[in-house]
Design a binder for this molecule. Structure first.
Ligand code: HAM
Length: 436
């Protein structure tokens, strides 16, 4: 007796065609664009010791406090499925001695992240990020260049209607004054804050500005901002970032409330928001977020090393892209079919020849009739079908048939092509058609 269907876990989806094609398209553009900025790929394990995230992301954050997938391993170690990629990148950076031997590194990564949030449109429990981190460089040029890379990646993908928000959270020197001013303000509005925020007030008052509850947002509308309390160094760093952004022609808006959901930031923070009307990525409209984290390498046991980075949510990006990225979704260009004794090896030859020329080819040399094979060819999305039956074998030809309304040479829907050199002829026909 059946015990019922096993389903995927809530908030964790399968990625099937055509969506998987959109992800592949985003990843191939990621590799192309990021290489132009000198970034190289890292791959780290998706499981880490829980203390890594507790120390890096911060005990008081929602991520560590409420959202981590944590379990005890067989040897009693507490492990966590990574909720983000920065902590792992920093751990790897230190573990491989980069901070001592080769401090400047530009890394990127992509892969699944896990957060036990309430699933809704644009928010999942397993989601994918593309991240980039720069280590060992302090200059504001680096923050700006990284933001520029993010902006051009998004533009190259063809996404429009996004807005870049920028803030500075200051450093260890100037943040205490900001915290103090924020505390005084929060005490005045304490009674109107939610229970969580009242707790946050004592543990980490900045987190109150990150609360998503409408009431808390409205009562903290006039809260003091970090940018009003920046020391001279932080202030000139912030100006430097905006100066270089202008030189690159990147538009931005100041967002004094942006504290980000992770505790490791200092100085620059930024978010890329979907703002176009109808740009539906759910209640959360942040496509990407990032900033500087100059203390994190040292906090995790490495040498003091400045760093800055960002991460993009791939599901949200894919939603914004919609149909625009369906490009990768019709991989098959040619459908070869054969039937009849002796035809199989001729067809196999042609199929190998086509694939050698990098033409994606599907092949059906089964006993099924041509009618069924044409049905399959139609579904495959191939532009041409190539037929080799006994008639064709006798004449040493194959028949190339257009699978769309677009005719072949001389306005015909199908033509005979000599089998010798057929792969090259088909390649030429494909390129004449713009590879469709
Ligand atoms: P984050 O803002 O927590 O930053 O996440 C970055 C992006 O991941 C978000 O803007 C959003 O697009 C996506 N994202 C986050 N949570 C979810 C979810 N539950 N479902 C779908 N998408 C989600 C970080 O993770 C930092 N590590 C970024 C960074 C890198 N900072 C410095 N370097």
């Amino acid at each position: 007796m059946s015990e019922g269907l096993v389903r995927s876990i809530r908030g964790m989806s399968d990625l099937l065609p055509p969506e998987s094609g959109v992800f592949a398209f985003i990843e191939s553009e990621m590799r192309r664009v990021f290489a132009l900025y000198g970034f190289r790929e890292i791959r780290t394990p998706i499981l880490e010791e829980t203390t890594l995230f507790a120390r890096a992301v911060g005990e008081e954050t929602d991520i560590v406090g409420k959202e981590m997938y944590t379990f005890t391993d067989r040897d009693g170690t507490s492990l966590t499925l990574r909720p983000e990629g920065t902590a792992s990148a920093v751990r790897a950076y230190i573990e491989h001695g980069m901070d001592r031997n080769d401090p400047v590194a530009r890394w990127f990564y992509t892969g699944p992240m896990f957060r036990h949030e309430r699933p809704q449109k644009g928010r999942f429990r397993q989601f994918h990020q593309i991240g980039a981190e720069v280590f060992g460089l302090q200059d504001p040029h680096i923050d700006a260049e990284l933001i520029h890379m993010l902006a051009s990646f998004i533009r190259e993908l063809g996404v429009e209607g996004v807005s870049l928000r920028l803030n500075s959270l200051g450093c260890d020197k100037c943040r205490p004054a900001f915290r103090e001013a924020l505390n005084i303000f929060l005490k005045r509005v304490e009674d109107s804050l939610c229970d969580d925020c009242r707790k946050r007030m004592t543990l980490n008052p900045l987190r109150v500005l990150d609360c998503k509850k409408e009431k808390c947002i409205s009562v903290t509308m006039d809260a003091p901002s970090a940018t009003d309390h920046l020391c001279d160094e932080c202030s000139s760093h912030f100006k430097g970032v905006t100066h270089v952004l202008s030189a690159f022609g990147v538009d931005w808006e100041a967002d004094k409330r942006m504290v980000r959901g992770l505790d490791y930031y200092s100085r620059t923070t930024f978010e890329l928001l979907a703002t176009a009307p109808g740009a539906e990525v759910g209640s959360q409209n942040a496509i990407a977020g990032g900033g500087r984290y100059d203390n994190l390498v040292e906090m995790l046991g490495g040498r003091p090393t400045p760093a800055v980075g960002f991460a993009i949510g791939m599901e949200r990006l894919a939603m914004l892209l919609g149909g625009k990225a369906g490009l990768n979704d019709r991989p098959v260009k040619i459908f070869v079919m054969s039937a009849g004794s002796g035809t199989l090896s001729l067809a196999a030859n042609l199929v190998s020849g086509l694939r050698k020329l990098n033409i994606a080819t599907e092949f059906d040399g089964s006993e099924r009739g041509f009618k069924a094979k044409f049905k399959r060819a139609d579904k495959s999305g191939a532009g041409f079908a190539v037929v080799i039956g006994e008639n064709e074998m006798e004449k040493s030809v194959c028949v190339v048939k257009s699978m769309s309304e677009i005719p072949l040479a001389d306005g015909k829907k199908q033509i005979e092509v000599p089998l010798s050199g057929a792969a090259e002829v088909i390649l030429k026909m494909l390129s004449e058609r713009g590879n469709q």
